[in-house]
Design a protein around this ligand. Sequence first.
Ligand SMILES: Cc1cc2nc3c(=O)[nH]c(=O)nc-3n(C[C@H](O)[C@H](O)[C@H](O)COP(=O)(O)O)c2cc1C
Length: 164
Amino acid sequence: METFDALSKRASVRDYMNQPVSKEMLEKLVDAGRRAPSARAVEPWEFIVLTDRAMLEKLAKTISTGVFLRQAAACIVVFCQDTKYYLEDGSAATENILLAATDLGLAACWIAGDKKEYCGEVSKLLGVPEALRLISLISVGWPVREPKQRKRRSLSEVIHWEKF
Ligand SMILES: Cc1cc2nc3c(=O)[nH]c(=O)nc-3n(C[C@H](O)[C@H](O)[C@H](O)COP(=O)(O)O)c2cc1C
């Protein structure tokens, strides 16, 4: 798939088929994440790949905006060391994963991490040292139907040439 096809097809998808995603595909997603730009090239990220149903269920119970994790085939949890630009770096990695998932025909959704009240609990469940910051959890699975991109603000509305 061309980059612009993936950009125009990517959508948050929260319904998944009851079908696993291969280890190779999950590795490809993390590979896309680690190729993101990072300030001063520190690559502060760590990625935890979850496929264990019991853990996905626990996370679905912990994260009110991520209840659909219980249907997902997998979840990639993005953590970063607490650097100055941890959030930008981790977000760039997250978006890379979402675009790679679209490219592979997978469905995915960004679930909030940073600043959420459940950060500590998620870290504890996954055995992650307190010093690492939770950036995002990305649910992954096979779409039930063809994903549709939501209506967006138009290019002419958001583009400003030379000044606002
Ligand atoms: C920082 C961030 C946090 C998000 N957190 C959640 C979340 O916790 N649960 C959820 O269902 N969607 C979450 N989303 C997905 C947004 O709801 C979604 O991107 C938005 O509605 C636009 O839809 P689209 O991704 O299909 O374009 C998050 C997205 C971002 C960028």
